[in-house]
Each structure stands twice: as structure tokens, then as C-alpha cells.
Design a protein around this ligand. Sequence first.
Ligand SMILES: *Cc1c(COP(=O)(O)O)cnc(C)c1O
Length: 404
Amino acid sequence: MKKLKQKVSNRSSDDSHSYGGQYVPETLFPALNEVQAAFDSIKSDSVFQAELHELLCNFVGRPTPLYFAKNMSLELGHDIYLKREDLNHTGAHKINNAVGQALMAKKMGKTRIIAETGAGQHGVATATACALLNLECVVYMGEEDMRRQALNVYRMKLLGATVVGVSNGSRTLKDAVTEAIRDWMSNLGNTFYLIGSIVGPAPHPEIVEYFQSIIGREAKEQLKNRINVLPDIAVACVGGGSNAIGLFHDFIDDKSVELIAVEAAGKGLDTNEHSASLTKGTPGILHGSYSYLLQSETGQVGIAHSISAGLDYPGVGPALSILKDAGRLTSTAVTDDAALKACYWASKTEGLIPALETAHAFAWLKETAPTLPGKKVILLNVSGRGDKDMQTLMENSDILFGDA
Ligand SMILES: *Cc1c(COP(=O)(O)O)cnc(C)c1O
């Protein structure tokens, strides 16, 4: 852990150059190097790329539509385009990464895939990819999340995966990641850790970004073909940051495009119950990587809260931390209540029920768009659909239908 001390002592001088890294026990270094080598080789492997393309088109259902939301546009006075990742097989962007990494693991000769999951979306996507590619699948999930997302637990089992309940800590996503890393360390030979967001030790965040960047690449092309402009604003919700960086990746060098990351303010940014690590966190180490996170002054990792399980994580990917410090990205946050109301608003206005995670981006749109001058072209990533959230929505009907 020599590297760790060195980097931490540098942190006040120049944080942005040290985000990411590999803050893990040395026993994991050979495995990370093996993953890095595989990642380097698949990028220029035409057979791999052709297989991936085939799966993305004919199994996942890509390209996803870019939909001009005319009712929202009329109401808000801007041109709103929605990138419909909710229309992917399994209902969210997670499958882009799961299929890509599972295919990569297969090329590496791995036979066993492990994953962590919060809401169960990444677990379902991974179990799906493993069924497709004939790989053994073990998913770690906090017991609290298993209770909240019983349907997804059942889906994973139906897809042939083993779901292992985690009873440590807050029994949620953070603890599931910790357990998955522990499993990986004791099964390095045959096992591949298929991480679900742009978090974890290098090169994992970069791999996830690579497989998710198809979102923005497609959207950019679709917008060009349609109205031949770049968006003025690209906006996405942020848990670990994979759908956001997937949308942003191809626009980073287009300086005219404003990038907006919407985090979960939970019960309010002035409470201890939120997941706004970019907006309210400080740089530190979580799950092998140095990035913004929620922590106490002594470095204890905070407990995140969000009504949407997919945003309920106390850290965020290093790529977004770098963009934030560079002033390239603006982070903001909306509360549970605002997300619930926006979920109803989006559903009744455009006829699509978004995931509660995505509803955070819609809440930003609904609140902020009316205050923007002129007529903007706004590109919003619909990271997933809301079917998985029906129970939560029903339990919160009073807020949802309150004064939306
Ligand atoms: C998991 C999930 C998220 C949050 O994860 P990111 O890595 O930040 O994208 C957002 N939306 C949906 C629908 C999800 O399933």
C-alpha cells in the first residue's frame, strides 16, 4: 500500500491528477494487470468488436431511439431530446456494460462472473449476459436491498444466477461491492469481477466508460442527422456515474456543450441523508479508487441515502471528479420528493415512466429549464424505465400526486 500514502500526501496540492488509481492489496495487482491487458487487446480486436456489435444490435436492441419530447418542449420552451436507454433489453443502460464485459471475460478464458448490485438492475443485466454467454454468475446484494427489490432477486435466480445476501454494514450497495472484491481476491484464477459503474480500482472505471460511451456516441450522431447541431446541454443522473459519463464521453471536447450531473439530494443537502458525493463530498478512497465521496472528517465513509437504490452510493467515479475539478461539469442535486414528483410529471407528459434514478434528471429539467435564457437544445439521458420502482411509487403516492 505504498502508493496510497504517497498519493494521499499529495492530495491538497493537486487532486485532479490523482483521481482513480489502484488502492488495493498487492495480491490483486496481477489480476488488475491481466484485466488491463485484455482491455487493451479487445479495443483493436475486430472479431471481438463484431461480436459485441451483433449482441448490442440484436440482443440488447441498439441503437436506442433519440426521441424529441414535444410535450415537454412545448411546456418548457426549449427543445428536449431524450436518449431512450430505458428501451434497452432489461430496461436500463446497465446491459451495455454487462454484455461488453462478459464478452471480454469470456475472451480471457474466465468461467465465473461475480458482480455487486444495489437496486438489482446491474445484477439482472449481468445475470442476463451470463445466461447468454454461458458463464457462471454470482451476485452480491445487501440484505436490505434484497428486501426492497425482491422482484429483481427473483429475476436473477430465474436467469440462473446465485444471489448472495450481504449482512454487513448498512446491508446495501457499498457493502455488496466490498464482499464482491473479497470474493475476487480468493478466486482470482477463474473469476472475473464485472463491476456495474465507473468505480473500483483502475482499469475498471475506464472499461465501464468505454462500454457505456455508446450512449453519447449514438445520441451525437442521431442529433446531427436530425437537426445538425450539438446539444447546448447534456444532462444525466449520477449514482456511480456510468450513464452520465456514457452520455458525456463524446461531448467532453465540445466545449460549447454544458454537462450537468444530477445527484440525489435525498432528504436534503443540509441533512446527512443524501448521496450527493460530487456536490457535497470530499476526495478520499473507496473501493480501491481515489475520488469524491461522502466521509466524516476522520475518513469514515458515510452512509448514503436516496429513494432510488441505484443512486444510493457514497462515492462517484474518478472521471466525473476530474471533470468537476476542471470546471467542465456542473454537479447539482434534487431531493427524493422532487424526483417522485418529476416521475409523475414525465409519465403523464410524455407517456414514459422513468426509473426513479432518471426522474432526478427530469426533476432538474422541470425546475431549471424555465429559468434558462433563449431556446436551448437539451439532451437528457433516460437511463432506465420505472417498472422496478412501482412499489416505491405506490408507497409514496401522497407525495407523487401531491402538487406536481
Ligand atoms: C444503476 C442505475 C443508475 C445509476 O448508476 P450510474 O452508474 O450512475 O449510471 C441510474 N439509472 C438507472 C436506471 C440505473 O439502473
